[in-house]
Design a protein around this ligand. Structure first.
Ligand code: HEC
Ligand code: HEC
Length: 267
């Protein structure tokens, strides 16, 4: 009897075992988990310092001294280097006047300065990095992949940017810009960071390969020569159908009236 009972487990043993297991998992995770900041730090610290200086002169009036945001501009914590590269190299930032849609204008900063600003903002919180050319290059994509890019574009982008990327109006006086001639890198970054009303298409939602396909599709349609004829704004099937309908049916009705009028006279 005594032997048996000494073998029986203490009632708390299960709970203790669970706690111990959790502890071990936690410790292993802490040891294995990547430390996000440390990777690129040492050799770019000079760049970050330069970026911070540029930032406090040009950006902090709206985005706060530490990028925390003010009533004039949103926080930049976690927007990542990609957002800064996109906003500053398209000339949207620095914004001249708060309240309007940031216009695309000639950039004010050199590439080095943009890189420094991006490196500084990236230290504020983890966010998407500037894509490298292997991510947005469209080299070697097959016709099939480009066609898939077209499908993806029509599903995800055409609601705002139109079927041929011509751009279009949005509520509250804003507009989705034309995508004709936008460099590959900026198309990639726009998808990655979702400026203004544009949704973010993260790499989890829309893998890098699909982004390349969309970019290749845009390049292919914009490289297409105009074959003449009436373009009807390139607005796609709806407007073209509308015009076809109105004119086509109009002519048919006119013709029908003409026939009945003649028919009546003949009788
Ligand atoms: C006059 C105020 C103003 C100044 C100056 C300004 N910004 Fe902005 N910034 C804004 C506003 C407002 C928005 C959000 C609206 C928009 O996207 O147009 C914004 C958006 C951004 C975004 C996008 C954030 C996101 O969520 O994707 C980035 C990145 C950015 N600014 C960086 C900068 C940098 C870098 C500078 C300095 C070179 C700068 N801004 C100067 C007002 C300003
Ligand atoms: C809900 C509407 C909406 C959808 C959907 C959308 N966009 Fe946008 N997009 C916008 C708006 C608005 C802007 C302008 C933002 C600004 O001015 O800061 C924009 C800007 C852009 C730009 C920057 C153009 C330039 O001249 O700098 C690119 C590139 C772009 N979008 C590509 C895409 C692609 C590719 C997709 C689909 C994967 C997409 N967009 C889906 C609304 C949208």
């Amino acid at each position: 009897m005594r032997l048996l009972s000494s073998r029986r487990r203490h009632p708390a043993a299960k709970a203790l075992l669970l706690v111990a297991a959790l502890f071990v998992i936690g410790a292993v995770y802490a040891a294995v988990a990547p430390t996000e900041q440390s990777a690129a730090e040492p050799n770019t610290s000079q760049q970050v310092t330069k970026g911070k200086e540029l930032f406090s002169v040009n950006c902090s009036s709206c985005h706060g001294l530490n990028g925390e945001g003010t009533s004039q501009g949103p926080t930049l914590v976690g927007v990542g280097a990609a957002a800064v590269d996109f906003q500053v190299s398209t000339g949207r930032m620095p914004l001249a006047q708060p309240g309007q849609q940031a216009p695309i204008k000639p950039g004010e900063f050199t590439n080095d300065e943009i890189a420094a600003l991006a490196a500084y903002v990236a230290t504020l919180g983890p966010g998407p990095a500037i894509p490298d050319s292997s991510q947005y290059s469209t080299d070697g994509l097959s016709a099939e992949e480009i066609a898939r890019g077209g499908e993806l574009f029509r599903t995800n982008c055409s609601a705002c940017h139109n079927f041929t990327g011509q751009g279009g109006a949005l509520p509250e006086g804003r507009r989705a810009p034309s995508l004709v001639g936008v460099p590959n890198k900026h198309v990639y970054e726009a998808m990655l960071t979702g400026p203004q009303q544009m949704p973010v298409f993260s790499d989890q939602v829309l893998p890098s390969q699909n982004k390349r396909e969309i970019i290749a599709y845009l390049n292919s349609i914009h490289a297409e020569p105009n074959h003449g004829g009436l373009e009807l704004g390139g607005l796609g099937p709806v407007s073209e159908g509308m015009v076809g309908w109105a004119i086509g049916i109009g002519v048919l009705i006119g013709f029908a009236i003409w026939i009945t009028a003649r028919g009546a006279r003949a009788r």
